[in-house]
Structures are given as structure tokens and as C-alpha cells.
Write a protein that binds this ligand. Structure first.
Ligand SMILES: [Zn+2]
Length: 195
């Protein structure tokens, strides 16, 4: 099973991500530097359609990112209805977090993040899927790492090397200082602070 899949859904007209020069050592990125996708405001609601048993790990991961100076994540508990959880509809302004029980190709991934963005490159809505088979069978550390990783994508971060949950190899639980520096740069309109 692969660790993760990141998908973009373009909303509206042509997408025009401005080409900003990355400053970081290219070798530190596993698939290239952040592409500039970010929320226009760092105020983001995390709407959770997840089992109570997973809430603690998700809350902990949200807390890690909320420690950033440039994003402010607030958890709102979503619907308890099975239909709402299964539909997992995008909500403008929110990062919706759901658990996938499906049997599609998506089950080859531990988690995946779908980002709707406007033609300025701003994220407008994000949906995170967590693979039920992973979160049911895994330790709190793995669950928290998975949540940390996908939430990192939800706020604009990408796969990188190092001791970070954004490292797609392994299950590091937390972000590190480089992640916070990257967020600072990303939300300031550039990305790739030197490592
Ligand atoms: Zn990923």
C-alpha cells in the first residue's frame, strides 16, 4: 500500500499558479517543492466525519499544525449520519475529513487528499480520505502520522525528506521546524526556505 495520493480538482477557470522560485535544496523534496497552493486566509475549519475512536489522534495532529503562526485550524465535528459520512461532500472553506470503506483503487493508499482550488491557486475546499483498514488496525502513532501528513497537504505542504510527518517514507508523527518555516514562506507568497 502506498502512503498517500494528492489530487487537485480545479474549480472555475484556468488555473494559474504563479511560478515562484523555490529556495530550498531540491533534494529535500521527494516530488518537487510546494506548488504554491494555499488557503487565501489561514483560518481553516477541519470538519470531521470520523469515528469517535479516531478523534483523539486527529485532534492531536490538528494541534500540531495549529501551532504554526500562519494557519489557524479549528475542528468542527461533522455529521454522525452514515450517508453524510459516506458522501463526504466538499464544503467551501473547510477541510473535510472522512474515512473510506470503499473498494476502489483508492484503497491502495493509506490516505489521500483532494484539493479544490480557484484560478488564483488558492485552496477553496479540501477533502481528506483516511483508509479505514489503516486507521482501524494501526497504532495511535501511525494514525496521528497519517492525519498529520494529509492535513499537511491540506494546507499546502508536499512530500519531503527528513524527520517530519510530511516524509512519505515511514510514519513520523510530527511536523518539524522546516515544515513551519515552509508554511511561513508559503503563506507569505513564496515557498522553499533554505534548509
Ligand atoms: Zn502525501
Amino acid at each position: 500500500m502506498d502512503r498517500c495520493r494528492r489530487v487537485f480538482v480545479v474549480v472555475g477557470a484556468m488555473i494559474a499558479i504563479s511560478a515562484l522560485a523555490p529556495h530550498a535544496d531540491a533534494a529535500s523534496w521527494q516530488n518537487g517543492p510546494p506548488d504554491g497552493t494555499r488557503w487565501e486566509s489561514g483560518q481553516v475549519v477541519v470538519l470531521t466525519h470520523i469515528p469517535n475512536g479516531y478523534a483523539r489522534d486527529l485532534r492531536a495532529a490538528v494541534g500540531d499544525w495549529d501551532a504554526s503562526d500562519v494557519v489557524d485550524l479549528r475542528i468542527v465535528k461533522g455529521s454522525a449520519s452514515a450517508s453524510a459520512r459516506n458522501a463526504c461532500d466538499f464544503v467551501v472553506g473547510d477541510v473535510v475529513v472522512c474515512v473510506s470503506n470503499g473498494s476502489s483503487d483508492d484503497q491502495n493508499y493509506a490516505g489521500w487528499t483532494e484539493t479544490e482550488r480557484d484560478d488564483n491557486g488558492y485552496a477553496t475546499a479540501v477533502r481528506i480520505w483516511l483508509n479505514a483498514s489503516v486507521i482501524k488496525q494501526s497504532s495511535h502513532g501511525v494514525r496521528r502520522s497519517l492525519a498529520c501528513h494529509e492535513l499537511g497537504h491540506a494546507i499546502g505542504l508536499v512530500h519531503r525528506d527528513g524527520d517530519s510527518c510530511m516524509n512519505a517514507d515511514g510514519w513520523t508523527v510530527h511536523p518539524d521546524g522546516f515544515d513551519y518555516d515552509t508554511l511561513d514562506a508559503l503563506y507569505a507568497g513564496t515557498y522553499g526556505p533554505s534548509m
